[in-house]
Design a protein around this ligand. Structure first.
Ligand code: AMP
Ligand code: GLY
Length: 417
């Protein structure tokens, strides 16, 4: 099922580089959609003007979308999925791309996700779940060696500790227990990481692409974890990896979610570790990745809008995906202090965007004088595309060098060997 209406009216929710990439690709659709955004950013607003809402509750967003005759709502961030925006849109009779709040538990509850993985036989690290401090202490102090301690719920990328320091593991877990979250302790896996994305519509799955995300702040994977300092696609993997891993990991999980009464519709993102025993799931996300989306969507030859609409309306039977054979490299341009302290707003100057590259906005805003300001931690993603990874990387860095604001910095090794 495609989008029947001419010039469909589409609302994209979110304000990061991921949503700018979504809006950018949607703006190129042959269906010539009218695009709106909420809350968006200055880059997004150039293509998708703001749809103002009285507040940002799921109900209000759905009611506003309805009164503005929106045909499709596309949700970027997990917080809006967890808040039930898809459920509210469905109740209001609006097609929404993304899982319901119940199905988003595959991301919002690591314990629920582990349960689904166990029941579907999908490889993941063995784990124990704790809700009690004494049991957590007894378990951690009974052993030695590296373990991984995780908060059960959403923790904005901060809910994981990998350590062999058992007292540190205990106090990390204890803090989450105190906040009322469950805590998982799991086996430490080793190997390269890869992000796999597939569209899922109940029992139907359609592989999209793989990417590599660079999570640590500094070159050569040093420093603290961040929301993502860059990404490349495709990573160096055997040609059949995407299809095979979608069959072995995404499909059984999609089927188990249908069986458990929480069918998934949207994009399912598996964070995988390629261990010696094969790929194992570190986590699932119920949405597009950021910054992976900024490097995957440039490689998509198919029209994005019918794909998202088909998933939202519940029929993948006509959908197909064609990917370019080229490469994309995305470099996050961050503010001083990221991922720690919040930076003071700084005026940005942007140079020319050379051919084969695109600059996506994330933490930007317009100042009182309409000047572009860097206001967030991750401010832009500079994306280069090319026939080889080195070419894509060269273009991304040429573009990144054109962006200027006080304190701007980026990793220099994204896409390097
Ligand atoms: P998660 O939020 O579960 O994806 O975890 C964040 C990061 O922690 C991952 O990208 C991995 O680098 C690391 N991690 C998570 N689980 C494990 C594990 N079982 N073994 C080793 N590293 C892990
Ligand atoms: N790239 C990590 C994330 O989107 O969660």
């Amino acid at each position: 099922m495609g989008v029947a209406a001419a010039s469909p009216h589409v609302l994209v929710i979110g304000s990061g580089g991921r949503e700018h990439a979504l809006v950018h690709r949607l703006s190129q659709s042959a269906l010539a959609p009218r695009l709106r955004s909420y809350p968006g950013n200055p880059g997004i607003h150039q293509l998708a003007p703001l749809l103002a809402t009285p507040d940002d509750s799921a109900r209000t967003i759905a009611a506003t979308a309805r009164s503005e005759d929106i045909d499709l709502v596309v949700i970027g961030p997990d917080a809006y999925l967890a808040a039930g925006v898809v459920d509210a849109c469905t109740e209001a009779g609006i097609a929404a791309f993304g899982p319901t709040r119940g199905a988003a538990r595959i991301e919002t509850s690591k314990a629920w996700a582990k349960d689904i993985m166990q029941r579907s036989g999908v490889p993941t690290a063995p784990h124990h779940t704790f809700t009690d401090t004494t049991a957590l202490r007894d378990y951690l102090y009974a052993g030695t060696g590296t373990v991984v301690v995780k908060a059960d719920g959403l923790a904005a990328g901060k809910g994981v500790l990998v350590s062999d320091d058992r007292p540190a593991c205990f106090s990390f877990g204890e803090e989450y227990l105190r906040q009322g979250s469950g805590v998982l302790v799991e086996e430490h896996l080793t190997g390269p990481e890869v992000s796999l994305f597939a569209f899922v519509c109940d029992a139907a799955v359609l592989p999209l692409a793989c990417a590599r995300d660079y999570k640590r702040a500094h070159d050569w994977d040093e420093g603290p974890n961040t929301g993502g300092m860059g990404a490349i696609s495709p990573p160096d993997l055997p040609p059949e990896f995407l299809e095979r891993t979608t069959e072995e990991i995404i499909r059984p999980v999609a089927l188990e979610m249908v069986r458990s009464g929480s069918p998934f519709r949207g994009v399912l993102y598996a964070g995988l570790m390629l261990t010696e025993a094969g790929p194992k799931v570190l986590e699932f996300n119920a949405r597009f990745g950021d910054p992976e989306t900024q490097v995957i969507l440039p490689l998509l030859c198919s029209d994005l809008l019918p794909l998202l609409t088909d998933v939202a309306r519940g029929d993948l039977s006509e959908a197909h995906i064609e990917l370019s054979t080229s490469y994309a490299c995305g470099v996050t341009i961050a503010s001083a202090g990221y991922p720690g302290t919040r930076a003071t707003p700084r005026t940005c100057t942007l140079g020319l965007v050379p051919p084969g590259s695109v600059l996506y906005h994330a933490g930007t805003a317009l100042g009182e004088d309409e000047q572009l300001q860097a206001v967030g931690g991750r401010v832009f993603t500079a994306v280069g595309q090319g026939d080889s990874l080195p070419e894509a990387r060269k273009r991304a860095y040429e573009l990144a060098a054109q962006v200027d604001f006080e304190g701007a910095w980026y990793r220099t090794d994204i896409g390097a060997k």
